[in-house]
Design a protein around this ligand. Structure first.
Ligand code: SR1
Ligand code: MG
Length: 402
């Protein structure tokens, strides 16, 4: 990586010109660094005289959100580009096209999705996305089944586990999701108004026992190739289209971690509705949309996962009657647990969500934070006994007080 240097906006233009068949030689290009995430530079390159455009994403050798004191491997750019290419093969149309990957610069050029909106922004604006549940359920079923020992050659799968070893990014998850919120960590970040609730997380040993189980699963189970950070900020949407981006946290882990991430982020927005809805009727209506979406995502996932199992299972003895039901039940239980962990970390941990943090009114914001914590901790505590997605929806609605 000796030629590595962070690009300037001008460097980005010069690189964009080298991508074959994209811009005409005399194109007048403009470049803007638009990265608003925690880790990377993102350049949006446009042609002043045509519709041609491209996104260049460059990994920095440290976590941008913290600074150079938190070094991070540039190999995550390789992992991201390889994951995007694989996801594109398994789920055509559901990820941006990769146009180039330059290892020395940790740089990926990809399709510009500016005609889409980041789903989190859309949900904060109380938009609805009728195609989303079917798309993401399909994405989850195919990426998880077809990268697991159930759906691909098991020797190749071991080689793929090796290719997606992602220690630095996994460490972020292990600390920020499965440890910091349950101790007095300097990484934590929460408002003084919920100090009591944050402290309660630290002394709840029943909760810690369940988080320890989930953390151990994350550390040790190479079940399927995960996206690894599938929150609503990693999903672009329109009413008709869904595009999953940013799989730099990709690694082999428990399937429920990805499904739980999607559902947790819908429920974080559910919690935030105390601050976004005009009145009780509006609030109930939008929350119903969110919990219907939670149910649909799981239902589509389960249906397609079972079809893949029935049609493409590669493991003879896993075809024993009864094993599919046991397996799906375990994925559901993991989904509950990981969804709960994802909710808790976004309230008291280092990195929050705008669905709650940007609620202008402090009283509503506090209510949203407390609601997210109640839903999250309940899901964690109940996860080993879950038997239907309806129980997740009931958990959310039963926690509502306003
Ligand atoms: C230091 S990175 C913080 C968070 O940003 C990413 O989106 C992941 O969710 C990570 O945990
Ligand atoms: Mg990201």
């Amino acid at each position: 990586m000796s030629n590595y240097h962070p690009l300037t906006e001008q460097d980005a233009i010069e690189f964009a010109r080298t991508i074959p068949n994209l811009f005409s030689p005399d194109a007048e290009l403009a470049s803007r660094e638009i990265g608003d995430g925690n880790l990377n530079l993102v350049f949006h390159i446009t042609d002043n005289h045509s519709d041609a455009s491209v996104i260049l994403k460059q990994a920095l050798p440290y976590a941008k959100v913290v600074g150079e004191s938190w070094p991070l491997s540039l190999d995550r750019a390789r992992i991201e580009s390889e994951a995007l290419i694989l996801e594109g093969e398994l789920c055509p149309g559901l990820v941006p096209k990769v146009l180039a990957y330059v290892p020395e610069l940790a740089l990926t050029a990809m399709e510009d999705l500016s005609d889409h909106i980041i789903m989190r922004k859309g949900l904060i604006g109380r938009e609805t996305y009728p195609a989303f549940a079917a798309h993401i359920g399909h994405f989850l079923a195919r990426t998880l089944f077809l990268t697991s020992d159930l759906g691909m050659n098991q020797q190749d799968k071991k080689r793929r586990v090796q290719a997606f070893i992602n220690p630095d990014l996994c460490k972020i998850t292990e600390d920020l999701i499965f440890d910091d919120p349950y101790t007095d960590s300097p990484n934590n970040n929460f408002e003084a108004s919920i100090q009591d609730a944050a402290e309660a997380l630290r002394s709840d040993t029943e909760l810690h026992l369940e988080v320890a189980r989930l953390r151990h699963g994350f550390l040790t189970r190479t079940q399927a190739l995960l996206h690894g950070d599938l929150h609503t900020g990693s999903i672009f949407v329109t009413k008709e289209s869904t595009k999953v981006i940013d799989p730099e946290f990709a690694y082999y882990g428990p399937m429920g971690f990805d499904i739980g991430a999607v559902l947790a982020n819908l429920l974080l927005n559910f919690a935030g509705q105390v601050g976004w809805s005009e009145n009780e009727a509006d609030r109930k209506q939008y929350r119903t949309y969110l919990t219907d979406t939670v149910k649909q995502v799981w239902t589509v996932f389960e249906k397609e996962f079972r079809s893949l199992w029935n049609e493409r299972l590669v493991d003879r003895i896993s075809g024993t009657p009864g094993f599919q039901d046991l397996y799906v039940e375990q994925v559901l239980r993991d989904t509950f647990g990981y969804a709960g962990c994802k909710m808790v970390r976004r309230v008291v941990g280092l990195s929050h969500v705008a669905d709650i943090d940007t609620i202008p009114d402090a009283v509503s914001r506090e209510k949203a934070q407390r609601l997210a914590l109640v839903i999250g901790t309940t899901l964690i505590k109940r996860h080993r006994h879950a038997s239907s997605i309806n129980e997740m929806v009931e958990t959310a609605w039963n926690a509502v007080q306003e």
